[in-house]
Structures are given as structure tokens and as C-alpha cells.
Design a protein around this ligand. Structure first.
Ligand code: ZN
Length: 432
């Protein structure tokens, strides 16, 4: 068990003092050592001395993924390259990858955050952790690994893939804590059951899931299939990796480690800072990072911040489940929708499998939205009129959720492509 009672249960006033001191320090370091920040500050006409209160953070310009790409590969480092002991990158699927560099001290902090987070989810040195996150440039594998080792748990660095081996190891090594992306977790459950395994026979105590968007309904499916509670882990490569925020036993929002990260919520259109409790884009400033400090990094993740003492005793601010990315937002006939809204509607209906795809087309002038969703084996062997009934029901549910008419196609179980990483939910065929 690793937790830092002093900061995790700190009174608000003390926390703000600590954050201000660290903010002033990181701003100074960024200004003095990163040419990008010096230029931005000089252009905006501000200097590190202008940060006198936490609210003054609003004077600092945002940092975006595009800015990081512009500094590719090592332009955002605030220390000589020699002091960087590890690098990770984003996947780079939508352009040049962003690079994240860590000093030895940064890796220590990463391990500590992740260890404190896993402790929240109930992990101790008695646990056996099966880490299916990929080890490599992706931060998921290593982040979980560092935290688990810091706690003293037994880590199985199996990475993604080889589902049969995942199953054998899970059974033979007595895995108690499984780390997965939600879609890979559901895929594994399906494979295990196909092989005649009863998931209830496993020693699994809990699941840690992250690296992908999810809905409450998806969490429930995971919990039901593995018969274990599932806790969300949040993080992003640019800021650190997994461990920026994690859910405690209450499963009611993710505590953000405010001694290392300063979160804000902004309106992604007007870029104004929003008060606590309002939904918007999460912006994070790293308070202690030495290798690559980030000031007001726009995560694109849509969420809400809530303050107050949690039932677990922590006073760390909580962020709600991420309901979408400002990037993933689909504009369909002028209406803004998130794939998670569709998922929410789908998972409320019995007889469906948690596998679906959203296909957007524009045959004439108007956008059309088609949802392909897998029916369960039982439903699929029913009569045609049953299928038609369910199709109508889905169309109505989705309509009431997003306010648009959609076409629903029920497809055979196992017919949609499976993913061993992040699932591809949206196929946009429009020529935009
Ligand atoms: Zn809590």
C-alpha cells in the first residue's frame, strides 16, 4: 500500500498554498529552459513574476498537441537530453507523434502516482497484477508496471495479445488484479468463455481499466462478466501516462493527484475557464515535472470537476468519467453528438452484445447515421419479427438520446472486427 495521507487528505487552503508554490516554480523553469514557452510568454506580454495567485494561471496561454508536434522531437524538454532517462510517444495515428521525456525524478513521481492510484483501487503487496497494456512507446504498460512494483505487488508484464496465454496465466498464476482497456477486457472474457472457462473460478479481485473511452454501462458489462469491480485509471502520454487520476472504492469519479497536477475545465469553443461542476474540456498543468513541464495542456477530454471530501477520506478533486473528446465529437446534420451517447442507449437494451460500429455517410446532401450492433446468439436465433422489434427499440432509444433518426442494423454475433487495443467505433465515410 502506498498512499500519501498528508496530501491526499489535505485541507483545501493548505493544498492551494502547495499548488501555488509549485506552479510558480514550474512556470519559472518552463520560461527559463524551454524556448517555446519563453516565446509564448514574451508574445503574450507576461512573465513568471505575474503568477501571484492560482487564478493567475489563466493568464498563461494554452499548450496544444499541435504545439508539441511543432517541437518534435525534443523541443519541449526543459533539461539537457542527457538527463532524460526515458521517452514515450503517442501513437501518432493522426499525425506526427508527440514525445514525452522523463528524468529519473519524473519516473519516481510517475511510480508514486500510479502506486497511490492502485492503492485506491485496493491493490496491495499481496496482489498478482496481469498487465495487458502494451509495453513500448505507449505509456500504458510501463506506467502500470512502475506503480505495481512500487507497491511490491507481483507484476506479470504480459502485454496485449495471445488470449489463450492470457487465460492460462490468469488461471495458473492466480491473477488477482487485471489491467485492460474495456474493449480488450470484453474480448478476453468472450475468448475465455469460448474455451469453456468459468470466469467465476478465477481469483480475480478487481479490474483496472483505462486508455480508452467508456460508459457506465460498459463498466457494468465488464464487472458482470468477470464478477469483479472495475476501477478507471486516467492519464495521457503528454502529461505523464496513466496515473493522473484514479477511482477509489466509491467508484464515483477519479481523484486527481493535485500535488502533481493542476486541473482546470474550459469551454472548448470560447476557451474561458469554467467553474467547478460545469462540463467542459480538461486542461492540465504539471506541477512537479522536471524533464518536460507542461503549462495548461489541452487534453481534449470532456469532463467535470467536483470538490469536497470523498467518503474514502480523500480531499483530492474528482473528475467525472470522460464523456467524449472534443475531437471525437461528430457533427451530424449540425447536431453535436458523442459516440458515448449512442453506446449508453445501446447498453440499456437486452439481447445485444457490447460490440458496435457507427457509420456516417452523406449519400446526398444529408448526413446519414447507421449503427451496426451485434445481437446475442439467443436473439439471433429468434424469429425475424423479434429482430425487427429490437431494431425499432434501438432506433427509438438512440433517437431520444441524441435527437436524430438513425438506421440500425443488427448483425450476427462475432461479425464486427475486434480490437486488442482501442476499439474503432466510428467510421466516417463523409468526404468532409
Ligand atoms: Zn474517494
Amino acid at each position: 500500500m502506498i498512499w500519501n495521507e498528508e496530501v491526499e487528505c489535505m485541507a483545501d487552503e493548505d493544498k492551494r498554498k502547495l499548488q501555488l508554490k509549485r506552479l510558480q516554480d514550474v512556470v519559472k523553469r518552463a520560461y527559463e529552459n524551454v524556448p517555446y514557452y519563453r516565446k509564448r510568454f514574451d508574445e503574450t506580454g507576461i512573465s513568471p513574476e505575474d503568477i501571484k495567485t492560482l487564478k493567475d494561471i489563466e493568464k498563461i496561454p494554452y499548450t496544444t498537441k499541435t504545439d508539441l508536434r511543432g517541437a518534435y522531437p525534443f523541443g519541449m524538454f526543459a533539461v539537457p537530453r542527457k538527463e532524460i532517462v526515458e521517452v514515450h510517444t503517442s501513437s501518432g495515428t493522426t499525425g506526427k507523434p508527440t514525445v514525452s521525456g522523463y528524468t529519473r525524478g519524473d519516473l519516481e513521481i510517475w511510480s508514486e502516482c500510479m502506486a497511490r492510484g492502485l492503492t485506491m483501487a485496493g491493490v496491495t503487496d499481496e496482489d498478482v497484477i496481469q498487465n495487458t497494456h502494451g509495453y513500448g512507446l505507449f505509456t500504458g504498460g510501463f506506467g502500470v508496471h512502475y506503480g505495481a512494483q512500487k507497491i511490491g505487488a507481483t507484476v506479470i508484464p504480459i502485454s496485449t495479445g495471445q488470449s489463450r496465454r492470457q487465460m492460462e496465466i490468469m488461471r495458473d498464476f492466480g491473477t488477482t488484479f487485471l489491467v485492460v482497456t474495456p474493449s480488450y477486457g470484453l474480448y478476453l472474457a468472450e475468448e475465455f468463455m469460448d474455451d469453456g472457462m468459468d470466469l467465476k473460478d478465477l481469483k480475480l479481485k478487481a479490474i483496472g481499466f483505462g486508455a480508452e473511452g467508456w460508459t457506465q454501462e460498459m463498466r457494468e458489462k465488464l464487472e458482470e462478466k468477470f464478477n469483479a469491480p472495475a476501477y478507471n485509471i486516467y492519464g495521457l502520454t503528454e502529461v505523464m501516462g496513466p496515473g493522473v487520476g484514479i477511482e477509489c472504492a466509491e467508484q464515483d469519479g477519479l481523484h486527481i493527484f493535485e500535488d502533481h497536477f493542476y486541473p482546470e475545465i474550459i469551454d472548448p469553443q470560447t476557451l474561458e475557464t469554467l467553474p467547478d461542476g460545469e462540463k467542459g474540456e480538461l486542461v492540465i498543468t504539471t506541477l512537479t515535472r522536471k524533464g518536460m513541464p507542461l503549462l495548461r495542456f489541452r487534453t481534449k477530454d470532456i469532463t467535470t470537476l467536483r470538490r469536497g471530501k470523498c467518503k474514502c477520506g480523500r480531499t483530492l478533486v474528482k473528475m467525472d468519467r470522460v464523456t467524449g473528446r472534443s475531437d471525437d465529437m461528430l457533427k451530424i446534420r449540425g447536431v453535436s453528438i458523442f459516440p458515448s451517447q449512442i453506446e449508453k442507449a445501446l447498453f440499456k437494451i437486452d439481447g445485444l452484445e457490447p460490440h458496435y460500429q457507427i457509420i456516417v455517410t452523406r449519400p446526398e446532401q444529408l448526413d446519414e447515421l447507421e449503427i451496426q450492433v451485434e445481437a446475442s446468439q439467443e436473439l439471433f436465433s429468434d424469429e425475424v419479427k423479434e429482430l425487427v422489434g429490437i431494431t425499432r427499440k434501438i432506433e427509438e432509444r438512440v433517437h431520444s438520446e441524441i435527437g436524430l433518426r438513425v438506421n440500425v442494423t443488427l448483425v450476427e454475433p462475432r461479425s464486427l472486427p475486434r480490437s486488442e487495443g482501442k476499439a474503432v467505433r466510428v467510421i466516417d465515410k463523409r468526404d468532409l
